[in-house]
Design a protein around this ligand. Structure first.
Ligand code: MN
Length: 295
């Protein structure tokens, strides 16, 4: 096949949090290959779902060569992107990082737990435009059926997004609904939603030696997601594209604190003595739900 000059120049790093053997990684590689011939894969040796943006600082990392421009690392998704950017690809950094396709969606509060999103965050830290791709499962078992939606629509969506472009300080969190590809309605640009925390659960069990152990998990039930959010888009059968950034500052609260907090340490001590404690203002959850786009 004759390669165009543009195609060979555009370098893509593919990583994930489900591990080097995950079927979703193959889907992400196919999506990447529709954009370029210069694909590099650095993925965790074992599943790292829920690893968040963690780094391995207390153990050595083993890098295993797993094919042409393909590596497995005994670390977290963040380790993988760092290792790619600082070591493996240091002489020619990727133009794009694609993380995923994760088995299961990463919406609302998932974003802060997700290793898939964290790998894209690390790409952003390295100054590379990055995307996280996640496929909602919806209780299905068949792997090909699960990833069919991302497999069918991912390449076209990514091509269009690369054409439009986005700043490297922003990462795109893309979620595919748990539907056959033909049933997907549209692509919606969304904000990060908020999950109902009652969905968190801990199972208490007893092992073969009579000792108690626990499994932490989620009950995947939608309550009433707010319109315009990633949760709502998936519930409506749409593909969700959420631009995220790493600056977690609550800017409205910063303004309020600046207006109310006297910077004088002497006066602060006196005020504390007078008030006799720190009454934390607890607001209703809904009133703290600022729009993420407030910056
Ligand atoms: Mn995962």
């Amino acid at each position: 096949m004759k390669r165009t000059k543009r195609k060979t120049r555009f370098r893509i790093l593919v990583c994930n949090d489900d591990g080097i053997h995950s079927p979703g990684l193959a889907v992400a590689e196919d999506i990447a290959r529709s954009l370029s011939d210069d694909i590099w894969v650095v993925a965790p040796e074992t599943e790292q779902s829920g690893a968040s943006h963690s780094l391995t600082l207390t153990l050595p990392l083993r890098l295993r060569h797993a094919g042409h421009q393909r590596f497995a690392l005994s670390g977290t998704p963040t380790d993988c992107v760092m290792m790619a950017g600082i070591h493996i690809m240091k002489n020619a950094l990727p133009d794009l990082v694609i993380s995923g396709v994760n088995r299961g969606f990463n919406v609302a509060d998932d974003v802060t737990y997700s290793g898939t999103v964290a790998a894209a965050m690390e790409g952003s830290v390295l100054g590379i435009p990055s995307v996280a791709l996640s496929q909602a499962v919806g209780g299905r078992e068949d792997e090909a059926a699960i990833f069919a939606c991302a497999a069918r629509h991912g390449a076209r969506l990514m091509r269009r997004l690369v054409e439009i472009g986005w700043p490297e300080s922003v990462l795109l969190n893309i979620n595919f609904p748990p539907l056959p590809p033909g049933k997907v309605k549209k692509v919606l640009v969304t904000s990060q939603g908020q999950r109902d925390q009652s969905m968190l659960r801990v199972d208490e069990r007893v092992d073969a030696r009579g000792r108690t152990y626990y499994w932490v998990g989620f009950r995947r039930v939608f309550s009433e997601p707010e319109a315009g959010t990633d949760l709502h888009a998936i519930a409506q059968g749409c593909i969700s594209v959420t631009p995220l950034h790493l600056d977690l500052t609550a800017f409205r609260e910063k303004q309020r604190l600046e207006a109310q907090l006297d910077g004088s340490i002497v006066r602060l001590g006196r005020q504390m003595q007078e008030s006799g404690g720190v009454p934390l203002r607890r607001r209703k959850k809904s009133s703290t739900r600022f729009r993420r786009t407030e910056r």
